[in-house]
Design a protein around this ligand. Structure first.
Ligand code: AP5
Length: 220
């Protein structure tokens, strides 16, 4: 039965940074809804262009657009053993959709991990983020810079700054997090399904905390 790990947390909590490492460790795909939407935007598909208009402003894409995309992605053969979900669900409606999907498809109950970071500490993380255009490696020009400015250490790819990593979009993303995602986190808390991880500290230390938690629950 496929085991799904869900990483929650505010923008800049380190969901993507950690999901990449943990997915590699367990040999399961890292399913990032943000990456899926950005890839669609890069390819200029209808979905991608509509999503880009929302994303660049920091607004959420509608639930009925993103939820079927996730269902389709999780039905791919590479997710047979499990997957790490990063960026989904992020509203209560999406969490309920996922519950329905679990019932319909026989997916296992997910392990839901909330990476806790104070929202006022994420601005520096987000404005300093740079991402490799080729392999997706995540850097931070203040805290974890590449060896050469603007160039990925792994493959020499160009590092880019996300269009929504400017202060005005970040403010809107944080508002969306407080308005739409915090109630969803409560939804999992009420179901007694929420596990918490302190997201402050060196990324390697947080990876250790996550791996220990996943192993304690005998996942993946
Ligand atoms: P998405 O791509 O999911 O963005 P997000 O949720 O805002 O999260 P981020 O990717 O900004 O943060 P992260 O927690 O992954 O941090 P990271 O590891 O990169 O979504 C983007 C948009 O797509 C949304 O606004 C929405 O429009 C749309 N969308 C996506 N999913 C959707 C959905 N389900 N429903 C509706 N719309 C959806 O780290 C950030 C920085 O911090 C990096 O520079 C990193 O190097 C640094 N860092 C990481 N860990 C540490 C650490 N421990 N200490 C210091 N620095 C650190």
């Amino acid at each position: 039965m496929a085991q799904i790990l869900i990483f929650l947390g505010p923008p800049g909590a380190g969901k993507g940074t950690q999901a990449r490492v943990v997915a590699r460790e367990f040999g399961v795909p890292h399913v990032s809804t943000g990456d899926i939407l950005r890839e669609a935007a890069r390819k200029k598909t209808g979905l991608g262009l509509a999503a880009k208009a929302k994303m660049d402003k920091g607004e959420l894409v509608p639930d009925d657009v993103i939820s079927p995309i996730v269902e389709e992605r999780l039905s791919q053969p590479d997710c047979r053993e499990g997957a790490i979900l990063d960026g989904f669900p992020r509203t209560t409606a999406q969490a309920q959709f996922l519950d329905g999907m679990i019932e319909r498809t026989g997916l296992g109950e997910p392990l839901v991990i909330n990476i806790q970071v104070a929202t006022d500490s994420v601005i520096k993380r987000l404005t300093g983020r740079r991402t490799c255009q080729t392999c997706g490696e995540i850097y931070n020009i203040y805290m974890s810079p590449p060896r050469r400015d603007g160039i990925c250490d792994n493959d020499g790819g160009r590092l880019i700054q996300r269009a929504d990593d400017n202060e005005s979009a970040i403010r809107i993303r944080l508002k969306a997090y407080e308005r739409d995602t915090l109630p969803m986190i409560d939804y999992y808390r009420r179901k007694n399904a929420l596990r918490q991880i302190d997201g402050n500290g060196e990324p390697e230390v947080i990876t250790e905390r996550l791996l220990n938690l996943v192993k304690t629950h005998d996942y993946l």
